[in-house]
Design a protein around this ligand. Structure first.
Ligand code: SAH
Length: 200
C-alpha cells in the first residue's frame, strides 16, 4: 500500500480526471441543446448568484486545491478505505450523469425550461427517481469530501449545491406539474425525488 501522501495525490488526480470527464459530458450535452427552442423559462434574480456559488464549490475551489498547496492548511485525514469508497461513488455519479442525459436527451436544460416538443421522460433511470442528475450531484459531493480530504475543498461541493438544490427542485416540480398535469402527478406517486421507491 503506498504511503498516505502518495495515496492522497492519487485521489486528487483521480478526482481531477473525473471532473474533466464530467465537464466534457456537460459540454457535449450543452452543444446538443443549443438549437432547441424554449417555450417556457423560469428565471429569477437568484439563479445567477446560485450558479456562481455552485461553480465555485464544484469547479474552482477543488481545482485550486488539486493544483496548488494554498488550501493544504485545512487538510483532514481519513482511513484509506474512505478514499476508495469515494472513488467508487465518483464513478457511480458519472455513470448516473451519463444514463440520465442518455434518456433525457434534448429535454435537458441547465436552467428551468420547457422546450418545444418537450416530452415527460419516465424511462431508464427516470423510472426510479425524478431527479437522477441531482442525485448524481449529491453522490459527487460525498465523493469529493472523501477524495479531497480538506475542510474547504472537500466540503465545498456539498455546501454550494445545497442552496441551489433546495431553491430549484420545488420550482422545477411545479413547472412540470403545470405542463404535464396529471401525467406528472402520477409519475410523482410512483417515484422518489432522489431515492427509488422500490416498494411501490
Ligand atoms: N431534475 C432532473 C433534470 C435536471 S435538468 C434530474 O435531476 O435529472 C432540468 C430540466 O429537465 C428542467 O428544466 C425540466 O424541463 C427537465 N426535466 C426534468 N425532469 C424531466 C422529465 N422527467 N422529463 C422531461 N424533462 C424533464
Amino acid at each position: 500500500m503506498p504511503d498516505t501522501a502518495v495515496l492522497h495525490n492519487i485521489f486528487k488526480l483521480y478526482f481531477l480526471i473525473g471532473l474533466i470527464a464530467n465537464d466534457l459530458l456537460f459540454a457535449v450535452h450543452f452543444r446538443r441543446i443549443r438549437q432547441a427552442r424554449t417555450i417556457d423559462a423560469r428565471k429569477t434574480g437568484l439563479d445567477i448568484p446560485l450558479w456562481v456559488l455552485a461553480l465555485l464549490g464544484t469547479q474552482a475551489i477543488p481545482v485550486v486545491y488539486v493544483l496548488t498547496s494554498w488550501l493544504d492548511f485545512a487538510d483532514y485525514h481519513l482511513p484509506t478505505w474512505f478514499g476508495l469508497f469515494g472513488a467508487g461513488l465518483l464513478a457511480v455519479a458519472l455513470w448516473l450523469y451519463w444514463r440520465s442525459h442518455a434518456v433525457l436527451g434534448r429535454n435537458w436544460s441547465p436552467s428551468l425550461q420547457i422546450r418545444e416538443g418537450h416530452s415527460l421522460v419516465t424511462r431508464g433511470v427516470y423510472r426510479y427517481v425524478r431527479h437522477p442528475i441531482y442525485a448524481a450531484d449529491w453522490l459527487w459531493g460525498i465523493a469529493q469530501a472523501l477524495l479531497l480530504q480538506n475542510w474547504i475543498a472537500g466540503l465545498s461541493c456539498l455546501a454550494s449545491f445545497l442552496p441551489i438544490y433546495l431553491y430549484r427542485v420545488p420550482r422545477e416540480e411545479q413547472m412540470m406539474l403545470e405542463h404535464f398535469g396529471e401525467e406528472y402527478r402520477e409519475y410523482m406517486k410512483r417515484t422518489g425525488r432522489l431515492i427509488p421507491r422500490f416498494w411501490r
